[in-house]
Design a protein around this ligand. Structure first.
Ligand code: 5RP
Length: 235
């Protein structure tokens, strides 16, 4: 386990308060957070978690964190999740674990989103990590062509699209929502807002991995310490 991820995950526990409904992110860093959250629950902390993926639900169950379905909550106080890239404005690329749709629904519904990453995820410009776009399987080749055009139009250096395959190598990866993931090799995304806007208008795109104005706290773990960075957001 990476000590840097562990340090970020542990620091995020300070944002958790008794009685909270928590959005539980997906990925290895989020799972470290859930493991430690489970220890706190065993010690008497009362929280309930809304999982962003089936894998996260399994992890929470294993670690004794009580879960509640998204349609049963009226408020999510805090979401703690990882990211694939974070820029200086806390715009994120997410979806490396193919959970971006549920992650975004839950982050957008949360009062606060705390992102936990190691230093390697911090970038000046987004795009080195291929941007995941979740698409309806129907017409995926045509949708991928339109995604490519949207990326070119918004100034991405490249935009080559690749349909993500499952781990077994037997066909396209299917997300928890029953969709495909198209990974876009952008290299640089110079205007994330413009890219997001154009992608939102491509028929067949269910959601994309650009998270804009959603997180207000980023905790960057390093091998022997962590840094907490905060941006004030309206509302
Ligand atoms: C899953 C995600 C993850 O948060 C992202 O891939 C980071 O994962 P890790 O913490 O394992 O580095 O977006 O869809």
């Amino acid at each position: 386990m990476s000590q840097a991820k562990e340090n970020a995950a542990l620091a995020a526990l300070d944002f958790v308060q008794d009685g909270m409904t928590l959005g539980l992110g997906s990925g290895s860093t989020a799972e470290i957070f859930i493991e430690h959250l489970g220890e706190r629950v065993a010690g008497g902390l009362k929280v309930q978690g809304v999982p962003t993926s089936k894998q996260t639900a399994a992890c929470a169950e294993e670690n004794g964190v009580p879960l509640i379905g998204i349609d049963k909550v009226s408020r999510i106080h805090l979401t703690v999740d990882g990211a694939d890239e974070v820029d200086p404005m806390f715009t994120l690329i997410k979806g490396g674990g193919a959970c971006l749709l549920r992650e975004k629904i839950i982050a957008a519904a949360s009062d606060k989103m705390v992102v936990i990453v190691d230093e390697s995820k911090m970038v000046e410009k987004l795009g080195k990590f291929p941007l995941p776009v979740e698409v309806d399987p129907f017409g995926v080749t045509l949708t991928a062509e339109q995604i490519y055009e949207a990326l070119q139009k918004s100034g991405c250096q490249n935009g080559q699209t690749v349909l993500r395959q499952n781990k077994e190598g037997t066909g396209p990866l299917i997300t928890d929502g029953g969709n495909y993931i198209v990974d876009c090799k952008c290299e640089v995304i110079p205007a994330p807002g413009e890219t997001a806007h154009l992608l939102n208008h491509v028929p067949g795109v269910v959601e994309h991995g650009l998270f804009i104005d959603l997180s207000s706290v980023v905790i960057v773990g390093e091998p022997d310490h962590y840094r907490i960075m905060e941006i004030k957001r309206e509302g």
